[in-house]
Design a protein around this ligand. Structure first.
Ligand code: PMP
Length: 300
């Protein structure tokens, strides 16, 4: 991980190496924190954050699920992020806001624990740096809506994702795919999932997945490009018959999928429509398509 100069911690810009917490920080023990992943891109007009406000809206929603009242407004968090990237002289990179219960109480009732917020940023390239990802269906099922609020980006949820990723260790697969408890496709460990059939794009409905901001952006872009977009449950058998498949996510952007469980999707290479959507997404984030200028917050 490449360091930057400062991390924003509870309102202050703290030197990277000094941004520390106590080992009895509540969230370190129980996973009751919430986070975001945001990207900034270097456009012709300087660095710009993609859908900054929507990320902090989801951040506030996730915190609310844990009964955590954030001590900063969405506007303050957006402004802190802009100022942080400016101070770190980082026009392009990854931004990681985290809200957590701090030091002071133990036990499962976090109500009296302090709510702390930090925002860090650093340079980070492609998350799945391949033309097409070869993926494997996980033996783990995705977190279930009867067990938690799947649409909240809660730290503890990521143990499920991490187990799915660890299962691939020592194999040639690039990423996992998790099914829900009824056997329908849910999502990747950190990505939403789509298939393409002709000019139709199909993606699992909200329910047992994170409501991805890239997912929403790609749905909007796909509709603008004349694709029909359907949100409905998908079984693996149907996915194997699809023309193409791809993942979306802030980190993964649009990543075409070549195969699932060693069975090629289409011809096993990145599909033409997936590549069209990937290019259109990159045009949006890099400020090359003014129709999506509304999604950008310039750093200065
Ligand atoms: N699903 C999960 C489980 C994720 O962690 C992410 C990454 N935040 C996504 C989907 C994609 O969400 P977004 O497009 O908002 O980054």
């Amino acid at each position: 991980m490449e360091k930057t100069k400062f991390i924003w911690m509870n309102g202050d810009f703290v030197p990277w190496d000094d941004a520390k917490v106590h080992v009895l920080t509540h969230t370190l023990h129980y996973g009751d924190g919430v986070f975001e992943g945001i990207r900034a891109y270097k456009t012709d007009r300087g660095g710009a954050l993609f859908r900054l406000r929507e990320h902090f809206e989801r951040f506030e929603y996730s915190a609310g699920v844990l009964g955590m009242k954030l001590p900063y407004s969405i506007e303050q968090l957006c402004e802190a992020t802009r100022a942080l990237l400016k101070r770190n002289d980082l026009p392009q990179g990854y931004v990681r806001p985290l809200a957590y219960h701090g030091y002071g109480v133990m036990g499962l009732n976090p109500r009296n624990a302090p709510v702390e917020v930090m925002i860090a940023c650093w340079p980070w390239g492609a998350y799945i740096p391949v033309e097409e990802a070869n993926i494997k269906v996980s033996s783990y099922i995705r977190i279930d809506p009867r067990s938690t609020k799947c649409d909240a980006k809660i730290c503890g949820h990521y143990v499920n994702s991490i187990l799915a990723v660890l299962e691939l260790k020592g194999t040639a697969y690039h990423e996992a795919l998790l099914l829900d408890s009824a056997g329908y496709i849910a999502e990747g460990p950190g990505e939403n999932f789509f298939v393409v059939k002709g000019r139709e794009i199909i993606t699992p409905p909200l329910g047992s997945i994170l409501a991805g901001i890239t997912r929403a952006s790609v749905i909007e872009i796909a509709k603008d490009l004349g694709f029909a977009v359907t949100e409905r449950p998908l079984k693996l058998a149907e996915v194997f018959e699809a023309d193409e498949a791809f993942f979306t996510g802030t980190a993964a952007e649009v990543t075409p999928i070549g195969s699932i469980d060693d069975r090629p999707i289409g011809n096993g290479k990145a599909g033409a429509n997936s590549l069209t959507l990937k290019a259109a997404y990159l045009d949006a984030v890099y400020g090359r398509n003014l129709n999506y200028g509304k999604f950008l917050t310039f750093i200065e």
